[in-house]
Design a protein around this ligand. Sequence first.
Ligand SMILES: [Zn+2]
Length: 415
Amino acid sequence: MELIEDGEGSLTKAEGKLNPSDFALWKSSKPGEPFWDSPWGKGRPGWHIECSVMASDFVGEGMDIHSGGIDLAFPHHDNELAQSEAHFDCKQWVNYFLHTGHLHIEGQKMSKSLKNFITIDEALAKYSSRQLRLTFALVQWNNNLDFKESLLHEVRSIESTLNKFFKNIRALKLDNEHKVESGVIISKKFGKLEKKLFDDLAAAKLKVRAAFCDNLATPFAIRALMDLVNSSNTYISTVGADIKVDPLIQVVKYITKILNILGFQTRQDQLGWLDDSQSSGSSSDGASKEDIVMPYVKVLSNFRDLVRSSAIDKADYKVLLTACDELRDKELLKLNVSLDDRSDKQGALVKFLTDSEREELIKQQEEKIRLQQEKEAKKLQQKKAAEAKERERLAKGKLRFAYKDGTRRRSHQKC
Ligand SMILES: [Zn+2]
C-alpha cells in the first residue's frame, strides 16, 4: 500500500478510489498547472499513462523487452501493464522486464534530495570512461551498485593488471618477430606448459559463456578473465627462454574479444584495449603513441643490446663500427630515418624521409655499392694482371736462373 501511495505521488491524495489498489489514469490540474480538456474535466495524464502512450507510440501493441530501475517494478510497471493490456485487449503487453539495480554512493542511495548524486561529467573528470565501465561490469546489472572507494580500488588494480599484461604480450610478440627476422629458429612444438595454458584458455571460455548465460553475470566473466591472466603470467615466469608467444596471443585476443563485447574500446589488432591516452595523445588515424613509437624504440633497444654485449665481451671496436653502419643503412632507413654523417665529430644530421625519398636514397646506396664493387673488381683485375706479368717475369728469370744454376751444376759436376 505504501508503494501504491508513493506511486500516486505524495502531492495529490487520491480521492474516490473504488479499490485501494486503483490508480489514477487522469489527474485534475490545480490552478496554474498545465492542462488538457477531457470528459472528466481539465487535467493531465497520470504518470503510468505517459509511459504506456509513449512506448505504444514507438513499438506498437506489444514489446519484447521493457527496462527500468527496480524501483519502477511496482506499482508503475504493473499499472502500465494493467492499462495497456486493457487498452489493446491483449494478455501480454511486455514479454520481459529488465529491472536494473540502484546506484548507491558509499552505501547510500543516490538521490536528489540527499544531494549525494554524481553527474556523469563529474565522474568522468575523476575517473576514465574505462574505469567507470569496469566498475559497472564488476557488479551484475540487476544488483545494486555501491560506488565506493573499495570498489574503485579493485577497478584500478584490475585495470593495471590488464594493462601490464597486454603490454607485456605485445612486447613479447614484437621480440619474437625480431628473432624470426634475424634468423633465430623457434620451435613450434608445444610442451606441457603450453598445453596447460591452452587448457586454461578453454576453461575460461566455458566459464565466461556460463556467466553470460546466467543473467549476464559480468562480474563472473571478468573474474574468469583475470584468472586466465594469472595463469598466463605464471606460464611466462615458469617457461623461461623457451617461451612460445602463440598461446599467449590467443589468450590476449580472447580477452580482448570479451572486453569488446562488454563495450570497452579495443585495439584493431585485437591485442588488448585502447590506451587511455588514446584520446589525447593519438594521431588522427587512431594509432596510439605506443604503436607509433615502438618500432623506433625497438631499433634503439636492439642497438643497446649489441653495445652492451660487445662491451661485456670486450669485443673489437670494429664490431661497433659495423653495427653503426647497419643502424644507419638498414634499420633506420627501413623506418624512413636518414642519418647524414658529418665531418669533425659534429654528429649525424637526422632527417625524416618520405617513402619516395627513401627509395631514392636506397637507389643511391645501391649505386654506390655497385661502383665500389666495380672499382674493387677492376683493382682486382689489375692486381691479377700485374701478378700475371710478375709471374711471367719471374718465370723468365727462373729460366735464366735455372740456366745459370745448370751451368753451375755442370761446373760442379766437373769438380
Ligand atoms: Zn515508465
